[in-house]
Ligand binder design. Structure first.
Ligand code: TXA
Ligand code: MG
Length: 343
């Protein structure tokens, strides 16, 4: 395995060329996008795609996102409705993925045999440069082991996938820190499948009405998964994590009185003294950037319980709460009685 470093804003052409060569041969490359690090294969190569699933330990029925450098490239692989294409011209590249009808040209492994395909143009100079150099779309999930938090640094990729990737490109920490927003545009109105940095407020402004099913908030496990990935348990920390809707100080005291060791993940000024305090940030964008690193850190502390404050589900806050709920295995409490019954 090789690790190459590059300036994220002005990608080193040698590094980009190396990445494209590996992909062209059917190899796999981890590289930064503006959301999280991706684990990429040439979207037309079955062998590369299979390596991605193996390295990640991902079930083969959970399809990958296809990353393109333009609307034109997206239209090679997907049938994008004309009105949606008009919008994508304005919002791409960016952290918004659309699920559309597949043209069936990418490897079947990529779409897990579905007749739909998820596509996005990433707004990261490194990811875009790799696609341009290769002259073809690249398919990939987040570059973590299945069931671990998504990687926001190259170090996280090394932690999870050391020895299983042909090349890791270190382009520094990612910008948003949570995965792209996904909408299904085969339906009208389009339906939100996963909240992300492209907010509901922005979706409504650009796409008009958007359906927001409860699963998009991460509140309940749907009987029938809307996105194939929804049926899989996401990050499950070893440490019991709980989302707290009341005073964090009261929550810590209740747990301490039971002799438990507690860590608090502070956010936007919601904080309390505890055995450990991890400050995720003072505004929601900073919290999003630090979220997955904080969850990784939590598991290293050896505490009995981690507490995270419930945040406002506006803007990128909806994406943060969706990820927190999943990481907490839906343990969400409104008073100390509930808290003590779930730990
Ligand atoms: O920001 C991101 O989206 C990152 C970067 C690397 O681009 N990628 C990412 O990929 O988060 P992944 O594989 O971790 O999540 C992709 C999600 C999965 O939940 C998958 O089930 C869903 O997209 N998906 C892919 N194809 C789909 C399809 N045809 N229909 C519905 N959902 C689909
Ligand atoms: Mg993922």
């Amino acid at each position: 395995m090789r690790l190459l470093r590059t300036d994220p804003t002005r990608p080193d052409p040698h590094v980009i060329k190396s990445a494209a060569e590996v992909l062209d041969r059917g190899g796999i490359v981890a590289a930064p996008t503006e959301t999280v690090y991706g684990l990429f294969a040439h979207a037309y190569r079955e062998d590369g795609c299979i390596k991605v699933f193996k390295a990640k330990g991902r079930p083969m029925d959970n399809p990958l996102i296809v990353h393109v450098d333009s609307l034109e490239m997206a239209e090679e692989v997907a049938e994008i409705p004309r009105d949606i294409a008009e919008v994508l011209r304005r919002v791409w590249p960016g952290p918004i993925t659309v699920v559309a009808k597949s043209r069936g040209v990418v490897s079947r492994c990529v779409t897990a045999g579905l007749d739909t395909i998820a596509v996005r143009a990433p707004a990261h100079p490194v990811a875009l440069a790799i696609i341009r150099e290769l002259g073809a779309p690249i398919a990939g999930p987040s570059a973590n082991k299945a069931g671990r938090p998504s990687p926001t640094t190259a170090l996280h990729v090394v932690e999870d996938l050391d020895g299983e990737v042909d090349l890791i490109i270190d382009g520094g920490p990612t910008f948003f820190g949570v995965e792209s927003t996904i909408i299904n545009v085969t339906r009208r109105p389009p339906a939100l499948l996963r909240p992300g940095p492209f907010t509901v407020e922005e979706l409504e402004r650009f796409f008009g009405a958007v359906e927001i099913p409860p699963v998009a908030r991460g509140v309940a496990e749907a009987e029938v998964a809307l996105a194939p990935g929804m049926k899989y348990r996401h990050y499950a920390p070893e440490t019991a994590l709980v989302v707290v809707h009341f005073d964090l100080g009261d929550a810590v005291r209740a747990l301490k009185s039971k002799g438990l060791k507690v860590a608090v993940l502070c956010a936007v000024g919601k904080c309390a003294e505890a055995d450990y305090v991890i400050d995720m940030g003072s505004d929601l964008y900073e919290v999003a950037r630090n979220l997955y690193k904080s969850l990784r850190d939590l598991d290293r502390l050896g505490v009995d319980v981690g507490l995270a404050p419930a945040l406002e589900e506006r803007g990128i806050g909806l994406a943060i709460m969706n990820r927190l709920r999943k990481a907490a295995g839906h343990r969400e409490v409104f008073n100390t009685g509930q808290l003590l019954s779930v730990v």
